[in-house]
Design a protein around this ligand. Structure first.
Ligand code: F6R
Ligand code: MG
Ligand code: MG
Length: 372
């Protein structure tokens, strides 16, 4: 019998913050670990790692059941429900915040939690990085993912490795219209950038190897969560703090090429009240705590050497002095942006503020307007 393919599922939710929206209480991490430990014993998953970035509880799981598997998604949902119950007892902040549905209906998608998962044929050695962001939105991954897979100034392999030289295929979603388009890099790079530069609307969902290379073209090299909380809830319930999974090496960007884009703390939207532009600060898990102005937005990266559908021990990849200059720069940019107070472009443009609590304030003034 052929060895089954390996699936990595990263499913996350904010089920209560401690204190405010800053981080996850260890008690919730314990509950999650226990729940997933049992699932390993029951043979449902092969391995797991529980983590957090900011107020988001992150469940990283490996198994052989494929993407969108109902039992895997139910496991994540039930784990969040258990955690949320504890969070309510402990009166943690916003307990159960991201659990928007009343009952599980087959898949966590559209129910509040965020999800990135991919299935692939394990190579002889399989490095996988789990990226987790807090206080921002899925489009925050556009710039770094583009750089990993399409920018020769970031990824030397695109230029000098024959197995990466042909480039990659980008699956891009229009998250307003629920449409997607497949575009090739480098041939259609400018088209890709025309779309993904508008990061609130067009988001990279997956990246695939090209035909003719050594990797199957239907097995993603990267996948990003694109779940939009606003669209599910119909009102502002926090940002969609995204996650992504990226495979590295041997015809894909090297681990260091996957991490390189985060040496530049680019501006993302989110931060305080999901309403501000600010720098994305790369941090180790111990510093993945959102403090200043509920931020600044953070990204952590856990590296795994996946083997026989197990994760093994993670390496906390941004817990590294090499990322100190990026953190310093992010802090400096945070200072600069904060000096604008309530003014754009620190505060998001009005079109984006529609999804926040601002319309409630503007409504109060509507009767006071007269013809100018
Ligand atoms: C951002 C976020 C926080 C809250 C802010 C106000 O995604 O979750 O910045 O928006 O702390 O929270 P409330 O309205 O719950 O007091
Ligand atoms: Mg929160
Ligand atoms: Mg969050």
């Amino acid at each position: 019998m052929a060895t089954p393919k390996t699936t990595v599922s990263l499913i996350k939710a904010d089920i209560g913050g401690w204190p405010g929206h800053s981080t996850v209480h260890p008690e919730l991490m314990k509950i999650a670990s226990k729940s997933l430990e049992k699932a390993v014993k029951d043979g449902l998953i092969k391995d797991f790692h529980v983590s957090h970035v900011g107020d988001d509880l992150e469940l990283i799981m490996t198994h052989t059941k494929g993407e969108n598997n109902e039992r895997i998604h139910k496991l994540a949902w039930d784990t969040f429900i258990k955690g949320a119950k504890k969070a309510k007892e402990m009166k943690l902040y916003g307990a159960g915040q991201d659990l928007l549905a009343d009952a599980f209906s087959g898949n966590v998608k559209g129910m509040g939690p965020g999800c990135a998962e991919f299935e692939f044929t394990e190579r002889p050695a399989e490095p996988v990085v789990a990226f987790m962001m807090d206080k921002t939105e899925p489009g925050a991954f556009n710039l770094p993912i583009y750089r990993m897979f399409a920018d020769p100034f970031n990824t030397a392999g695109l230029v000098i490795d024959p197995s990466a030289h042909d480039g990659f295929v980008f699956e891009i979603w229009d998250i307003e219209k629920d449409k997607k388009v497949m575009l090739n890099a480098p041939e259609e790079s400018y088209d890709i950038l025309a779309l993904i530069g508008a990061k609130g609307r067009y988001v990279i969902k997956r990246v695939f190897p090209k035909p003719g290379g050594k990797l199957p073209t239907n097995e993603p090299a990267a996948v990003i969560s694109t779940d939009k909380l606003y669209h599910i809830a119909g009102k502002y319930v926090g940002k969609d703090d995204p996650v992504a999974l990226v495979r590295a090496q041997s015809g894909l960007p090297a681990l260091g090429e996957v991490l390189e884009p985060f040496a530049f703390p680019h501006l993302v939207s989110g931060w305080m009240r999901g309403s501000h532009n600010g720098p994305l600060m790369p941090v180790g898990i111990k510093n993945a705590v959102c403090t200043r102005f509920d931020g600044p937005p953070r990204v952590a990266a856990l590296g795994f050497q996946v083997a026989n559908a197990t994760l093994g021990m993670p390496v906390d990849l941004f817990d590294d002095p090499a990322y100190e200059p990026a953190r310093r720069k992010a802090a400096e940019i945070a200072d600069y942006m904060r000096r604008h107070g309530p003014f754009e472009p620190h505060r998001l443009p009005l079109s984006d503020m529609e999804y926040t609590t601002l319309p409630g304030v503007l409504k109060k003034l509507s009767g006071r307007f007269e013809k100018a």
